[in-house]
Write a protein that binds this ligand. Structure first.
Ligand code: SF4
Length: 268
């Protein structure tokens, strides 16, 4: 009899384009230096903390017992460090990367490795060196959050003490050497979506980073798909997303933009 899986969770993901295997580095409590109003982590009863040996066992159980029974038309697209907080804040980041890389290479060599990050540690030398090594050697993909192009929007969407400038400069320094996927939540807060000025500042920010040497593999614009505990945010419509995408694409021609509405990916 196997113990239940509590550190890994297969989900069908809009942005992965299929099945994604999430890994939670914080099963005991939410751990993040952001407090996004749209955060989908509901309060949960704390479990024992993350241990690499538990992840190792769960990955083996998943791939040897559960995954072979999955429908063949639902292949695993990626193994993703995400879960109940900011994965790069975990002291187990390096061992978790090593374990998901070993499982990917052994069981699903065509799948991606992904770290979904709020970008606050991309400028920290140790974290950047670790993530950069996995980008170079294992094809790790970094999904870097940028939810605002100006200080006000950033503060509203993150409610974080981390300075906006520090986040922006971290994205720049990391992505000069390792291309990243920029991920941006566009949602309404208290019934009001991002203003045209906010979107214009966001497009300007991306353009200026590119001008200074940043490399963006793709931009993902997405809206809220599930309710949040606070209940102050709501999805914006497909038309608003497409309008935002048009505005951004005019400022950064040549960078692919993918748009994810509430029900799935949109095409322009
Ligand atoms: S960065 Fe992610 S985990 Fe942290 S508060 Fe925002 S949505 Fe939640």
């Amino acid at each position: 009899m196997f113990a239940p899986l509590r550190l890994i969770y297969p989900v069908v993901s809009r942005r992965s384009g299929g099945l994604s295997l999430g890994v939670d580095l914080f099963p005991d409590r939410k751990t993040c230096n952001f407090d996004c109003p749209y955060c989908e982590i509901f309060p949960f009863p704390g479990e024992p903390p993350f241990r690499p040996e538990d992840l190792d066992r769960e990955l083996a159980e998943f791939f040897e017992v559960e995954y072979p029974a999955f429908p063949p038309d639902l292949p695993l697209r990626d193994l993703t460090l995400s879960g109940s907080g900011e994965p790069t804040l975990s002291p187990h980041l390096e061992s978790a990367l090593a374990l998901i890389r070993a499982s990917r290479d052994r069981y699903v060599p065509g799948a991606d490795l992904v770290v979904i990050t709020n970008s606050t540690t991309l400028g920290h030398p140790e974290t950047a060196a670790l993530l950069g090594r996995y980008v170079d050697e294992a094809g790790l993909r970094i999904w870097a959050k940028v939810d605002g192009g100006n200080e006000d929007r950033y503060r509203t969407m993150s409610r974080s003490p981390v300075p906006f400038r520090e986040v922006v400069e971290g994205i720049l320094s990391f992505s000069r050497d390792h291309g990243v996927i920029i991920q941006t939540m566009l949602c309404a807060l208290d019934g009001r979506g991002p203003s045209e000025g906010d979107l214009s500042d966001y497009a300007d920010l991306l353009a200026s980073l590119l001008h200074r040497g940043a490399r963006f593999l793709e931009i993902h614009l997405y809206t809220q798909a599930r309710p949040s505990p606070e209940g102050r945010t709501s999805p914006i419509g497909d038309r608003e997303l497409l309008t935002a995408s048009d505005l951004v694409s005019r400022r950064i021609p040549g960078v692919p933009i993918r748009i994810f509405g509430r029900a799935g990916e949109l095409s322009r």
